[in-house]
Write a protein that binds this ligand. Structure first.
Ligand code: GRF
Length: 200
């Protein structure tokens, strides 16, 4: 029997709560896709454990395992080919994807960023730093953005964006929690658009 499910790879470095919300949404919404690989630069993290528990192949891949960056990039590309991956979903992946892989997967890599790009993106803008910067700038709203990945950090075309309010008395942590809740809905919505062209 042929399998018509679109094969996805999740790239993660941490908890992988976005990966988990994508995984659940595929089942709950009956999306025609499946995770066929979870790749991480860390040998142990929440995302890898989740993948192992759900029978998703995992791969620990780090620059440190290779003599050259090119060899590392080649190993990443080969793994993607081996697992027949169509789309890559970056979910808290704290490394740059090698340019050769970005070129090979042009318009097929998505990332989620915890702010309203193009604001509060780019070098150093990850994790709690993003929310600190939003509060320091006195913004009245923040949000989350799903965008295509190209060679420039956080600069690729935006697929979907949603706002959340900044509340009086917010700390970076309270804002991060509100944004993360939004991300857990937004990323599945973006995946659904990617796969089917609309949101159910
Ligand atoms: C999220 O805030 C995401 O926007 C950013 O990194 C965080 C990852 O969290 N890219 P998790 O690993 O998905 O829980």
């Amino acid at each position: 029997m042929t399998n018509h499910k679109t094969r996805l790879a999740a790239f993660c470095s941490g908890t992988g709560s976005n990966f988990q919300s994508l995984y659940s949404a595929i089942n709950e919404r009956g999306l025609p896709a499946e995770f066929a690989l979870c790749l991480s630069n860390r040998s142990e993290c929440g995302a890898i454990s989740f993948a192992e528990q759900h029978g998703i192949p995992t791969l620990h891949l780090s620059e440190k395992q290779y003599d050259t960056y090119e060899a590392f990039a080649e190993a990443m590309f080969k793994a993607l080919q081996k697992h027949n991956i169509k789309y890559i979903l970056l979910a808290g992946y704290l490394r740059k994807v090698p340019e050769s892989v970005i070129n090979a997967y042009a318009c097929k890599i998505l990332n989620i960023h915890p702010a309203l790009l193009p604001k509060f993106g780019g070098h150093g803008m990850y994790g709690i730093n993003v929310h600190k910067a939003v509060l320091e700038a006195g913004e009245k709203e923040s949000g989350a953005t799903v965008h295509y990945v190209d060679a420039e950090y956080d600069k690729g075309p935006i697929l979907l964006q949603r706002k959340v309010p900044v509340e009086p008395g917010d700390t970076p942590e309270s804002l991060a929690a509100r944004v993360l809740k939004c991300e857990h809905r937004l990323y599945p919505d973006a995946l659904e658009i990617l796969l089917t062209g609309n949101i159910s």
